[in-house]
Design a protein around this ligand. Structure first.
Ligand code: NAD
Length: 505
């Protein structure tokens, strides 16, 4: 496999950072940015010390005390400026996303487009942070709720959406009057430096208080400091279920708020009436796209037994035509796995699946093993049942194919796993489609009809149930997690009637 020269990738990363206005200085530090494209180092950056993290939280808290009183539409102006800068630097940020996360450029640009979209959404929201007015049971009284800024929002993000997840949190948090301290994945420090520089520029251009946003870099221990600091009012953490299990109880122990966006194990039902041309396209994008490294990647296909052979055959034919390789090359649809650990997890899962009676129909092998990067062919595996390996999220392109006979059985199999992020059904039968979306249908936070499980738009609330953590980010009314609600009762009469008819005279 022909891969670019590592020095060329270092140069491209540095140039993109400089164009984004990042003050990169001399390379150096204990945190090494790598590229999965070649499996080589890009640049060393400084990891934050415990004192740096404490100072970042203090500065964000100070900034919050001023920012919370800035009118929300003015806060929105900073986010509007950020959206403009993201549009100007779309190519630069996308380049860094490809370099650090290995996404093909089209998907990397799509991720930056999501950032621009959420900025637009947040600007509109800055004039729509509505509270309700309720009918009071007492004469001469007004009962209402108001939404106030919450405080410092700690954002911990995963490697696979290195910029979009930050923007979902930050654009909404800023218009809600919060300030942000961000700990990105230790695997993607450079994209984070670029985002931080663009937001600093936006704040500077609009004369917003310094300290609205701070970037802290490092691994688990830096995240833990955000988790444990009582000044972090909301901890929004995106990553594996393992991370959520560690973080959730610690934030709860100090009565902090947490918003958890954890792993998925997403399934799609393919019914006998499905339009198979459309279904196969949707399935292949969801399962093999991004090399299976989306939280919403399709991992389980639950196919009616009457069409299982045909569907499997069509997917394996499509898989064999997928171009795997250097994401910068034209026509490549499947880039690298993030690192060796991801490759080992994929190999272990395939071994387990075979031991459980599964048959690997195609894929699973490493490509270009002479390099230190990890490229794999997406794997398609027929399984006799949802054994323990199928119940787990393996963050790699493995699609397990299972069969069903009755629709009730399909729904039960679909909901049988611990995670509850995204789901879909391919059917042209309206009754089946509606049942899938109904209360006794899919138990996921995202349920789709005739599209795959991945590729959500920012307008809807994003997140999932069960082990996925229950958090919701992005559109709809997800903003409410970033504010505190106050219920206000105003007496404009000269009497003092008590609620529930209580007398106290
Ligand atoms: P990860 O859990 O290894 O790391 C995610 C982040 O959490 C990193 O910044 C890491 O340093 C930090 N972290 C890990 N343990 C921590 C701890 N104990 N305390 C504080 N911080 C800690 O995940 P990853 O490999 O970077 O990303 C892949 C995972 O993320 C997959 O499971 C994927 O499904 C999930 N994910 C979920 C969503 C979603 O919205 N639901 C989105 C993207 C990724």
């Amino acid at each position: 496999m022909n891969l670019p020269a590592p020095e060329e990738l270092c140069r491209r990363a540095e140039e993109a950072l400089v164009r984004c206005g990042a003050d990169i200085g001399a390379a150096g530090g204990s945190l090494v940015a790598r590229t999965p494209v070649t499996g080589t180092d890009l640049r060393a950056v400084r990891a934050s010390s415990p004192d740096d993290v404490a100072e970042a939280i203090s500065a964000a808290h100070e900034a919050f005390l001023a920012w919370r009183s800035v009118p929300a539409p003015q806060r929105g102006a900073v986010v509007r400026r950020l959206g403009q800068l993201l549009t100007e630097h779309k190519h630069d940020l996308a380049e860094l996303v490809t370099l650090e996360a290995g996404k093909i450029p089209s998907e990397a640009r799509g991720e930056v487009q999501e950032m621009i979209d959420i900025c637009e959404f947040a600007v509109g929201l800055s004039r729509q942070l509505y509270g309700r007015t309720m009918a009071s049971e007492r004469p001469g009284h007004r009962l209402m709720e108001t939404w106030h800024p919450l405080g410092v929002v700690g954002v911990i993000s995963a490697f696979n959406f290195p910029v979009a997840v930050w923007s979902w949190n930050t654009a909404i948090a800023l218009v809600c009057g919060d300030t942000v301290v961000w700990k990105p994945s230790e695997k993607t420090p450079l994209t984070a430096i670029a985002c931080d520089a663009l937001l600093a520029q936006a704040a500077h251009d609009l004369g917003a208080p310094a300290g609205l946003h701070a970037l802290v870099q490092g691994s688990v221990e830096v995240g833990e400091q955000l988790v444990d600091d009582a000044r972090v009012a909301l901890l929004s953490a995106t990553g594996s279920v393992r991370m959520g299990r560690a973080v959730g109880p610690r934030v709860a122990a100090r009565f902090g708020k947490s918003l958890l966006e954890l792993g998925g194990n997403n399934g799609a039902v393919v019914a006998p009436s499905a339009d198979l041309d459309l279904a196969v396209r949707g399935i292949v994008f969801s399962a093999a796209g991004t090399a299976g490294q989306r939280c919403t990647s399709l991992r389980r296909l639950i196919v009616h037994s009457s069409i299982a052979d045909e569907v499997t055959h069509r997917i394996s034919s499509a898989y064999r035509t997928l171009k795997v390789g250097n994401p910068f090359d034209d026509g490549v649809l499947v880039g690298p796995l993030v690192d060796e650990q991801a490759f080992n997890a994929m190999r272990t899962a395939l071994d387990k699946a075979r031991a459980d009676g599964g048959t690997v129909v195609c894929g699973g092998e490493r490509r270009g093993a002479e390099n230190s990067a990890y490229y794999v062919s997406p794997a398609l595996v027929r399984m006799p049942a949802q054994t323990s390996v199928v119940q787990e999220e393996t963050f790699a392109p493995i699609l397990y194919v299972l069969t069903y006979d009755t629709f009730d059985q399909a729904i039960a199999m679909h909901n049988e796993v611990p995670q509850g992020l995204s789901s879909s059904i391919f059917t042209t039968d309206q009754r089946e489609a509606e049942r899938f979306l109904a209360a006794d249908g899919s138990d996921c936070g995202i349920a789709n009809v005739n599209i795959g499980t991945s590729g959500a738009e920012i307008g809807g609330a994003f997140g999932g149930e069960k082990d996925t953590g229950g958090g919701r980010e992005s559109g709809s009314d997800a903003w409410k997690a970033y504010m505190r609600r106050a219920t206000n009762t105003v007496n404009y009469s000269d009497q003092l009637p008590l609620a529930q008819g209580v007398e106290f005279t």
